[in-house]
Ligand binder design. Structure first.
Ligand code: GAR
Length: 200
């Protein structure tokens, strides 16, 4: 079985979209894949309840309890590796990852970013797109490299910027598209990824 481990920090709506797609699309039968665990760096991440309700084990590792970014990432890797993941999915995981973490999961680490990369890496993407006068905004699913919001692009969704849009209205419109492209990109990745040995 190909295990997927999803990392969240907040509402976890992209994680929920992937879990629903796995259930409704029968990924266990069709792709020999399952969401094996959901991890969060915040105890108050709302997405944890959704995961528990769907029978998915959850773990919280509070980054504030660690002396350094390296210590936190080492503990996070140990937790993730218990699931021998074929794929680690960042879904609103709002942490900058150390090069060691990124190298450890090279080729099996995906992220979704709320802009049309390479435009607007980093934070406040929607306000920056509005301020720049962009006619289109969107979201990007990409492989993670040690450079922030870089890496091979697997999927993008394009959304018009409408007159009167605020960062919030644009973010909401983009998020509905994220919920479509992220599960599709994950399923596409799993369909072509090699099997890794694990306990499940
Ligand atoms: C999503 O819009 C995602 O693209 C963004 O955070 C939101 C998380 O929502 N990610 C980043 O900004 C990463 N740099 P969710 O928790 O409801 O999935």
């Amino acid at each position: 079985m190909k295990n997927i481990v999803i990392l969240i920090s907040g509402s976890g709506s992209n994680m929920a979209a992937i879990v629903r797609a796995a259930e409704q699309g029968r990924w266990a039968e069709r792709l020999n894949a399952r969401v094996a665990a959901v991890l969060s760096n915040r105890t108050d991440a709302q997405g944890l309840d959704f995961a528990k309700d769907h029978g998915i084990p959850t773990t919280v590792l509070d980054h504030k309890a660690f002396a350094s970014r390296e210590d936190f990432d080492a503990a996070l890797m140990a937790e993730i590796d218990q699931h021998a993941p074929a794929l680690v999915v960042l879904a609103g995981f709002m942490r900058i990852l150390t090069p060691g973490f990124v190298a450890h999961y090279a080729g099996r680490l995906l992220n979704i970013h709320p802009s049309l990369l390479p435009a607007f890496p980093g934070l406040n993407t929607h306000q920056r797109a509005i301020d720049a006068g962009c006619k289109f905004a969107g979201a990007t699913v990409h492989q993670v490299t040690s450079e922030l919001d870089h890496g091979a692009i697997l999927a993008q969704a394009v959304v018009p910027v409408l007159a009167g849009d605020t960062a919030d209205t644009l973010a909401a419109r983009v998020l509905t598209q994220e919920h479509l492209i992220y599960p599709q990109a994950v399923a596409g990745y799993l369909a072509q990824s090699p099997m890794r040995s694990n306990r499940g």
